[in-house]
Design a protein around this ligand. Structure first.
Ligand code: PRP
Ligand code: URA
Length: 209
């Protein structure tokens, strides 16, 4: 069964409070999401393998460690996932970025896929699917399935906020996928919005309504 990791670093929790606050405007919201994504990237990469290398310091020759070159791919779910990409790339600049376009139909609440473009070697990459919100889990579930259908083998899911309902869907449908969150909220409301949540992530990031 996939593990759920709530990243409770104080800086992540502090910034998330301002992200949630309805009085936070678009510019500040975008900056905070970028910062939290960077901090989450720091936590999510904790288990990356290292290898030894030999270098010359100004004083002596020594053996040190560098990343063992694991290939990473970031896959934001459009639109709102885009808000987290640059922050993650600040720490993982060599990652390739694929895109999955999905929107949630307001009537059926089911995800509709309208775009997909991925690196050609996804089967050998550690993929991190990124979306600020995991609500019913429909969008992330479809995105992960789309990646698997195209050969992806190692997938993690990273979200700012999740509802228990969405977490259960991913655990059931994709038990191989670990989930990384800044917060696990209480529930969904009647419109499948996360409570307390942050509202509509795409609208708050891009200033639409
Ligand atoms: C939001 C969010 C997720 C999805 C979560 O996107 O960014 O992708 O809803 O809901 P779910 O877990 O119930 O599927 P939305 O459909 O509003 O599209 P947008 O990013 O284009 O605004
Ligand atoms: N999508 C959002 O943007 N927010 C929610 O609370 C649920 C789905």
């Amino acid at each position: 069964m996939g593990n759920v990791h709530v990243l409770d670093h104080p800086l992540i929790q502090h910034k998330l409070s301002f992200i949630r606050d309805r009085s936070t405007g678009t510019k500040e919201f975008r900056e905070l999401v970028d910062e939290v994504a960077m901090l989450m990237a720091f936590e999510i990469t904790r288990d990356l393998p290292l290898e030894e290398t030999t270098i010359e310091t100004p004083v002596t020759t020594t053996t040190t460690k560098v990343l063992a070159g694991k290939k990473i791919g970031l896959v934001p779910i459009l639109r709102a996932g885009l808000g987290m990409v640059d922050g993650m790339l600040k720490l993982i600049p060599a990652a390739k970025v694929g895109h999955v376009g999905l929107y949630r139909d307001p009537e059926t609440l089911k995800p509709v896929e309208y775009y997909i473009k991925l690196p050609s070697d996804i089967h050998e990459r550690e993929l991190i699917v990124i979306d600020p919100m995991l609500a019913t889990g429909g969008s992330a579930n479809d995105a992960i399935q789309s990646l698997k259908n195209r050969g992806a083998k190692n997938i993690r899911l990273m979200c700012l906020i999740a509802a228990p309902e969405g977490v259960e869907v991913i655990k059931e449908q994709h038990p191989d996928v670990d989930i990384y969150l800044a917060a696990l909220d209480e529930k969904l409301d009647d419109h499948a919005y996360i409570v307390p949540g942050l509202g509509d992530a795409g609208d708050r990031l891009f200033g639409t309504k």
